[in-house]
Design a protein around this ligand. Structure first.
Ligand code: DX5
Ligand code: ZN
Length: 219
């Protein structure tokens, strides 16, 4: 059994001290750096783009888990490969030709992820799950950090786990939004492999300790 992962979301970091916060993640028990790119069109918010991702990459020592909340993500697949993304996640709702997009991500040398909004059923992945390295279940409506966890996510994790078993794929299940020490254990028990945590980590008094505790909760 592969160990469960924590991916702190840098959206909640102090952008005036980005290097410091990336280095905190480097030295912590966290597994990945989660990077949220928003275009103000797919979601009602704009976060940061390529120059910032490049700066993060300059300091990061762990894999970059890039979550694109943008329309027509095909335009930027090679760009994010060049920037050093290890996992590139696109939204199901933003892709007309998801199968082609997944192949393009893999051809560019990255792991291919698909994110589902809270209203999007995991059933819609029946015919692509064998091509997906990671499914990111949004447990809040994407666009902002600090929102509260949507409880229906537990059912979606269970449903997705069933689909992955049925198709015998090695797809990882990632949960993004409102993750904290109260729901982490139950998510992992339901089948989650990667937990993204933004505010819970960065707005805590001691982020390094918070990450350590989260890792212990899900071990
Ligand atoms: C939301 C982003 C998340 C966000 C999570 O649209 O995809 O990664 O940073 O933040 P928290 O953990 O604060 O809900
Ligand atoms: Zn995210």
């Amino acid at each position: 059994m592969m160990s469960k992962k924590i991916a702190p979301s840098l959206l909640a970091a102090d952008f005036g001290n980005l290097q410091r916060d990336v280095e905190m993640v480097n030295k912590s028990d966290a597994d990945w750096h989660h990077i949220d790119v928003m275009d103000g069109v797919f979601v009602p918010n704009i976060s940061y783009g390529m120059p910032v991702v490049k700066s993060i990459k300059n300091h990061a020592t762990k894999p970059l888990d890039v979550h694109l909340m943008i329309v027509d993500p095909d335009r930027y697949i090679t760009t994010f490969a060049e920037l050093g993304a290890d996992v590139l996640t696109v939204h199901y709702e933003a892709c007309k030709h998801l199968h082609r997009t997944l192949q393009a991500i893999k051809d560019a040398g990255m792991k291919a992820g698909v994110a589902l909004n809270p209203h999007t059923s995991v059933r819609l992945l029946e015919d692509t799950i064998q091509d997906i390295d990671l499914v990111c279940l949004m447990s809040v409506n994407p666009g902002f950090g600090g929102q509260s966890f949507i409880e229906n996510t537990f059912q979606k994790v269970a449903d997705l786990k069933k689909l992955i078993h049925k198709k015998s794929t090695a797809t990882l299940i990632e949960i993004d939004g409102g993750v904290n020490s109260n729901n982490a254990k139950q998510l992992v028990d339901a089948g989650a492999d990667v937990l993204v945590a933004g505010s819970f980590v960065f707005k805590s008094e001691n982020p390094t300790e918070t990450i350590k505790n989260l890792k212990e909760v899900i071990r």
